[in-house]
Design a binder for this molecule. Structure first.
Ligand code: T1G
Length: 711
């Protein structure tokens, strides 16, 4: 065996233990170790059966995703190397049991299903989440799962990727017994029962009674394809998974495995899969901050407080309650406090009504939120998050008050979306305890948390912010302090271009349509209507002093504001809205845009979808390159993770910077130079982008340290 896989013998049973922390991935050496252990079990006459179990926190959590990059960047096109091993396991003459704890995901579940039987710990989960990586099970998972769990469950698990709990795994036949207490002892007892029964080992590939027939299966596949088109828009893997399961119902096991391999390879080599794998590792990479080692001490967060019970404050309070942390929620008036609590209650009730969790969970969470009009109790808070109106004066006043009432080790966080965190920190005597926690609306739903480090912010405060982000099930990304930080700073030129395009002749629905087709959850103009034209107007007023004379500014937003068309909240903005908030293009607004444009001497022309995507996406990319150069974002992947988790950017495109790499930075740079020639200095190419393009490098090279930014 290898140190990755060990074989011990107990009561005539061979016990294979995987030791490949942290998740027992099937990295090179692990399949080989399993094969060697199996060989020994088969050849040792004193052994009458075998068990496989994971060492540490989990069973096998899947193939080693890091290997896929090596496959797709290599010469020979190949699939999953350990596929033949699974046939070896299944054909073993001695009964074999997989003992599952933690997560048996992907290749982990596929290995377990090749074993003759499976037992599971009550808290364990099983799943085929490959579709989240833009691929499908590549080791006969789509062939064995329907044989154990039936076609409908197999399609659901393979095409939509959600794991299922131990109880359901038993109910659907994926496992044979839930073991309370000592898993290994339970697995040995189970195996000994099988040995005593003298029944031949049960090969999963031989099970066909759950494969249904054409009449029962056709509607299952049709419904799944419809669902995939909706929830996995632009991602071929979900449809490929459905096709692979369908092959299991129509072909022999061997033929079905071959069909699965073809579909798996198509997906593995797709840009969508590379993008999703980039996002998977990116979400973990962003927690690694060069000057803040993993061992940095963190403050314990046992009590929280939020100032402001508006949309953001209420959502932030819910995050803490959802994580089981008691939270004070302070407002300036009883009326506003009641209103805020009513929204929280409605949000929770919606979840209960949708069956997301039972009433008692809602009651428990509501009980963790303590409304207040005073600072009583703030002295015990370990973290306070300010979420008041986006005005510097009020924020400084609140931080001045917090400085007086909170204990010295209390973290003071601001939910500001654009304002200077250093200026806010200066309103306290403890700037080292001040940090930005920028949530994204709705704060209890969007996963992104921009963690804005101030000049004085202590490392322990940043480390605690990363830890609390994980506890609140957020993706925390540490960013530097500048106007708009990363996400909103990039949103500015992106939105500017969207509106310029509308003023140059594209209709709002053309711009939004192209962006939706590109994969965004919502086009910029629809998003402005949702967020509020008045919000955009206020942000522009706050930044008026930054506008350079003679530089073109978007015009139509102010026009709509003056007309009282604030967007969905007034039933009209760029679009009109019906009572169900469905968007209705308004020809009068289109005429108003043309009129406004001609008054400003802006020539009208037909604008292609390609130009819409290039002008909006390259504006994002160019600003992102400037942000990288200034060190406001640590890595290009940090920017991608921000856009994937805070702005509805399509995950299967990997984020704006990954997308730029797929287009090619030379092409992006040259196109930006053309835009600069046409539209002036707003399109000044970022020096870093120029440099990377000229050197034939990528943003991925930049992240690998392939190019250090010289000041
Ligand atoms: N391969 C390589 N590294 C992995 C990995 C994997 N499958 N899973 C996790 N890691 C790394 C991760 O990058 C991080 O690294 C560390 O382990 C801890 O992960 C053939 C083709 C299992 C629920 O998709 O869902 O099998 O940052 O922070 O929160 O058909 O990891 O420490 O350097 O996420 O406790 C299918 C992916 C693969 C499961 C644990 N399997 N992993 O969550 O820890 S494709 C998956 C997860 C496949 C077969 C197909 C989670 C977890 P670092 P973590 P966690």
């Amino acid at each position: 065996m290898s140190e990755l896989v060990s074989l011990t013998k107990q009561d005539g049973i061979g016990i294979i233990t995987i030791n490949n922390p942290p998740v027992n991935a099937l990295s090179p050496g692990v399949p080989e170790g399993i094969a060697a252990a199996l060989e020994e079990i088969e050849n040792d006459e004193s052994l009458t059966g075998g068990i496989i179990i994971g060492g540490g926190q989990t069973f096998i959590a899947g193939a080693d995703i890091k290997e896929f990059g090596k496959i797709t960047s290599g010469e020979n096109k190949r699939g999953v190397a350990f596929l033949p091993l699974l046939k070896r396991i299944e054909d073993s003459p001695k009964p074999l049991v997989a003992a599952i704890h933690g997560t048996a995901f992907g290749g982990g579940l596929e290995v377990a299903m090749a074993f003759h039987y499976r037992v599971i710990a009550p808290t364990a989960q099983v799943g085929q989440p490959e579709v989240n990586l833009g691929i499908i099970p590549g080791a006969a998972g789509t062939q064995r799962l329907p044989r154990l769990a039936g076609v409908e469950k197999a399609v659901e698990m393979c095409a939509f990727g959600a794991p299922i709990k131990a109880g359901d795994a038993l109910k659907y036949g994926i496992v044979d017994r839930v073991i309370e207490g000592d898993l290994l002892a339970g697995a040995i007892a189970f195996l000994q029962e099988k040995i005593a029964s003298n029944e031949p080992p049960r090969r999963t590939c031989d099970l066909t009674d759950k494969l249904g027939d054409e009449a029962t299966n056709a509607p299952i596949f049709a419904a799944a394809k419809k669902q995939a088109a909706k929830v996995r828009r632009g991602q071929p893997a979900a449809l490929a998974a459905i096709d692979a399961v369908e092959a299991a119902t129509k072909l022999s096991f061997e033929e079905g495995v071959k069909r699965e391999q073809e579909l798996f390879l198509e997906c593995l080599y797709s840009t969508a899969s590379k993008a999703l794998i980039h996002a998977f590792f990116g979400e973990r990479a962003v927690a690694k901050i060069p000057d803040i080692p993993k061992a940095t001490p963190v403050y314990e967060i046992k009590k929280a407080a939020v100032i402001g019970a508006g949309t953001m404050g209420g959502g932030i309070a819910m995050n803490y309650a959802n994580a089981g942390i008691p939270v004070l929620l302070k407002e300036a008036s009883q009326e506003l406090l009641d209103k805020g609590l009513a929204v929280i209650r409605k949000n929770y009730q919606n979840s209960v009504n949708k069956g997301r969790f039972p009433q008692e969970v809602m009651d428990k969470r509501m009980a963790l939120i303590t409304p207040t009009l005073t600072y009583d109790g703030f002295a015990e808070a370990d973290i306070v998050t300010e979420a008041v109106f986006e005005g510097m004066a009020l924020k400084k006043q609140v931080f001045g008050e917090l400085d007086k009432v909170c204990k010295a080790t209390c973290i003071l966080a601001s939910n500001t979306s654009t304002l200077d965190i250093d200026e806010i920190a200066a309103a306290t005597t403890r700037p080292e305890m001040v940090i930005g926690h920028h949530y994204f609306s709705p704060a209890n739903v969007m996963r992104l948390l921009e963690i804005v480090r101030g000049k004085a912010t202590r490392k322990e405060v940043i480390a605690t912010s990363l830890a609390i982000a994980k506890k609140l099930k957020k993706v925390g990304v540490v960013v530097g302090n500048c106007r708009g930080f990363v996400g909103n700073r990039m949103l500015h030129p992106y939105g500017r271009e969207a509106i310029f395009l509308v003023e140059e002749g594209a209709r709002p629905q053309d711009v939004d349509g192209a962006l939706y087709e590109f994969g965004l959850a919502m086009g910029y103009l629809s998003m402005s209507d949702l967020a509020g034209i008045d919000v955009g107007w206020r942000v522009r007023q706050e930044a008026k002093h930054l506008e350079k004379p003679g530089i073109r500014q978007p015009l139509i937003g102010d026009k709509l504001y003056e007309m009282g068309r604030y967007g969905q909240k007034t039933g009209a903005g760029f679009y009109d809205y019906d009572e169900k908030r469905n968007r209705i293009p308004n020809p009068e607004i289109e005429a108003l845009i043309k009129e406004t444009a001609s008054e400003a001497g802006i020539a009208q022309r037909d604008i292609s979808k390609d130009e819409i995507i290039e002008r909006t996406m390259y504006a994002l990319i160019n600003e992102g390159a400037k942000i990288l150069e200034e060190g406001i974002a640590l890595r290009a992947v940090d920017i991608d993770i921000i856009y994937l988790n805070g702005y509805g950017y399509p995950s299967w495109r990997g984020g704006p910077m990954f997308y730029a790499d797929t287009v090619g930075l030379k092409k992006v740079y040259e196109r930006i130079c053309e835009f600069q020639a046409q539209h002036g200095e707003l399109w000044e190419p970022a020096p870093l982008l120029k440099r990377l393009a000229e050197e034939g490098k990528t943003f991925a090279d930049f992240d690998k340290g392939g190019l250090t930014v010289t000041a």
